[in-house]
Design a protein around this ligand. Structure first.
Ligand code: FAD
Length: 475
C-alpha cells in the first residue's frame, strides 16, 4: 500500500539498530517519524531542566541525520497530549499503521493504552521490544516465575542469550519519506524552558553518543573492572543518559561486551547491563515499587520526620552534611546531572541509614536531578540501598561514609574537585575533617567554612539498627 506508516519515537532517539523503525520499514510503505513532547511530563519540571535540553539536542541530531540522507526528510514534532497528538497525526498523514517500542514505565503503559483508545479501529498498531535485551516474561525461573534476586537472573540471562538476541535491527531507511507535517523542531523557549549548563560531555545526540561509545569500547572497557569504583578516575562509560533516551542501542553495547566476556573488564560491564535488564523486569512484574517497598514488611519502618529531619534532608540535597565524600557526590549531581555509581550507593545509604530519612525522599530528589533518571533503575537502586527491594543485601549492612571515602577516593582527588573549601587539607584529614588536628585544618573553621557533621555516624548506626528492628518483628 502507499499509505504511510507512522513511527512514534519515544526513548529510541536514533536511526540505526532500531526495532520499531526496522519493523516499520519491512513492508515497503513510506515511513514517517514523529516525536511528541508530553505536557503532562514537562509541566512539573523546573524551567531549567537538563533532560529537556538533552532530548532537544537528540532530536536536532536526528533531524540533521535525516537531512543528510535527503534534504526533504524531517521529524514531525508536536507539543500536545499524546492521546490527542498521535491520533491527529495518523489522520493528517493518512497513515494506516502505527509502530512504537515498548516502554514499561507505568505512566507510559497507561499513556499508550489511552492513545490506542483514540485511534480509528482500522489502524494497525504494533509495538516491539527495544529498550532491553530481555523484557517482560522473556526470562522466567523454572517455575515460570519472575526473578527477584540478581545473581540467578544474571546466570539465566547468560545461559539464554544468543547472537540473535543481540543482532542489530537494521532498518531499510530508504523507505523514510518526506511529509508536509514535518515543519521543524521547537526551540527550548517554544516548550517553555530556559537553556541549561548541560555538561559538555553529554551534548550532541546519537552522533556524539556513538563517538563516546567508540572511545569507551576501544580505550576503557578492558580496564573497567579495575577503574570503575574510583569516582576521581574516568572509569565508567558515562553512557547512561544515552541509554535512557535510546541514543544507542542496548543490543550494540551488550553484543560487544558479550563477545569479550572472557576478559574481566567486559564481563563486569556486561553484568551492569544485565542489572539494567533486571530492574526493568522487576518494574514490569512489580509496578508497585514505584509507590513503596517491594518487601511490604519494610513499610512498617518509622523514618525521622519534623524540622530536624527536614534540615538534614536539605543539607543532604545541598552537599552540606559535613561528610566530605557525601557532599562531593551531591554537588557532582547538582552541578552535572550525573553521579558516579559508587557514590549513588554511598549517598543513598547515608540518607536512609545515617540520617534515618525515608529513602523515597532521596529517590524523588535523584529523579529530579539525574540526566539518566530511569524509573526502574532508580527505584531498584534506592530499594537496594534501603534493603527493602529485590536483592539479598541484609539491612544491617550500613556503609561507613569515612571508610568508603578512604577506600575509593584515597588521595581525595574527587573531594577536592567538588568541595573546594577542603582542597588544601592533607589526605587523611580530608576524609573526616572534624577529627583533624588544628595544623591540618590550616585556617579552616568547621561550622563556618564547612559544616560540622550533621549526625554522628556511630550514633546514627545504632539508631538505624533499632529502626530496622521492627522489620524483624513483622517478618
Ligand atoms: P557504567 O558503569 O558504564 O554502566 C553501563 C550501564 O549499565 C549504565 O549506563 C546503566 O545503563 C547500566 N547500569 C550500571 N549499573 C547499573 C545498576 N546498578 N542498575 C541498573 N543499571 C545499571 N541508573 C540509571 O540509569 N538511572 C537511574 O536513575 C539510576 N539511579 C540509581 C540510584 C541509586 C541509588 C543507585 C545505587 C544506582 C542508580 N543507577 C541508575 C545505576 C547506576 O548508578 C548508573 O546506571 C551508573 O552510575 C551510570 O553511569 P555509567 O553509564 O557511567 O555506568
Amino acid at each position: 500500500s502507499t499509505h504511510p506508516t507512522l513511527v512514534w519515537l519515544r526513548r529510541d532517539l536514533r536511526l540505526h539498530d532500531h526495532a520499531a523503525l526496522e519493523l516499520a520499514c519491512r513492508d515497503g510503505a513510506p515511513v514517517l517519524l514523529a516525536f511528541v513532547f508530553d505536557p503532562a511530563l514537562l509541566a512539573p519540571l523546573p524551567r531549567q531542566d537538563r533532560r529537556v535540553d538533552f532530548i532537544l539536542e537528540a532530536l536536532q541530531d536526528l533531524e540533521r541525520q535525516l537531512r543528510l540522507r535527503h534534504p526533504d526528510l524531517g521529524l514531525i514534532v508536536r507539543h500536545a497530549p499524546p492521546r490527542e497528538a498521535i491520533p491527529a497525526l495518523v489522520r493528517e498523514a493518512g497513515a494506516t499503521r502505527l509502530v512504537y517500542a515498548h516502554d514499561d514505565d507505568p505512566y507510559a503503559l497507561a499513556r499508550d493504552l489511552a492513545v490506542q483508545a483514540e485511534l480509528p479501529r482500522d489502524i494497525r498498531v504494533e509495538s516491539v521490544q527495544d529498550v532491553t535485551v530481555f523484557e517482560r516474561r522473556g526470562l522466567l525461573t523454572g517455575q515460570g516465575k519472575p526473578y527477584t534476586v540478581f545473581t540467578p537472573y544474571k546466570n539465566a540471562w547468560l545461559r539464554a542469550v544468543t547472537a540473535a538476541h543481540l543482532a542489530p535491527r537494521a532498518p531499510r531507511l530508504e523507505h523514510l519519506a518526506a511529509s508536509p507535517l514535518a515543519t521543524g523542531l521547537p526551540s527550548l523557549a517554544d516548550l517553555g524552558f530556559e537553556p541549561t549548563d548541560l555538561h559538555a560531555r553529554f551534548r550532541g545526540g546519537a552522533t556524539q553518543a556513538q563517538a563516546q561509545w567508540d572511545e569507551f569500547r576501544r580505550e576503557r572497557l578492558a580496564g573497567y573492572a579495575d577503574q570503575r569504583d574510583f569516582p576521581a578516575r574516568k572509569g565508567p562509560s558515562y553512557l547512561s543518559p544515552a541509554l535512557r533516551f535510546g541514543l544507542l542501542s542496548i543490543r550494540e553495547l551488550a553484543r560487544e561486551a558479550w563477545a569479550r566476556r572472557e576478559a574481566p573488564g567486559a564481563a563486569v560491564w556486561l553484568s551492569e547491563l544485565i542489572w539494567r535488564d533486571f530492574y526493568h523486569q522487576v518494574l514490569h512484574h512489580h509496578p508497585g515499587v514505584v509507590e513503596g517497598p517491594l518487601k511490604p514488611e519494610y513499610a512498617a519502618i518509622h523514618w525521622e520526620e519534623g524540622a530536624e529531619a527536614d534540615a538534614h534532608f536539605a543539607a543532604w540535597c545541598a552537599g552540606q552534611t559535613g561528610y566530605p565524600l557525601v557532599d562531593a557526590a551531591m554537588r557532582q549531581l547538582n552541578q552535572t546531572g550525573y553521579m558516579h555509581n559508587r557514590l549513588r550507593m554511598v549517598t543513598a545509604s547515608f540518607l536512609c541509614k545515617s540520617l534515618g530519612l525515608n529513602w523515597q525522599r532521596g529517590e524523588a530528589y535523584f529523579a529530579e536531578k539525574l540526566l539518566d533518571f530511569e524509573l526502574a533503575s532508580n527505584s531498584g537502586g534506592w530499594q537496594w540501598a534501603a534493603s527493602c527491594g529485590c536483592d539479598a543485601q541484609p539491612w544491617f549492612r550500613i556503609f561507613n561514609p569515612v571508610t568508603q571515602s578512604e577506600k575509593f577516593d584515597p588521595d581525595g582527588a574527587f573531594i577536592r574537585r567538588y568541595v573546594p573549601e577542603l582542597a588544601s587539607l592533607p589526605s587523611p584529614a580530608l576524609h573526616a575533617p572534624w577529627s583533624a588536628r588544628p595544623v591540618e585544618l590550616g585556617g579552616l573553621v568547621l561550622g563556618r567554612d564547612y559544616p560540622r557533621p550533621v549526625v554522628d555516624h556511630a550514633e546514627a548506626r545504632a539508631r538505624t539498627l533499632a529502626r530496622y528492628g521492627v522489620v524483624k518483628r513483622v517478618a
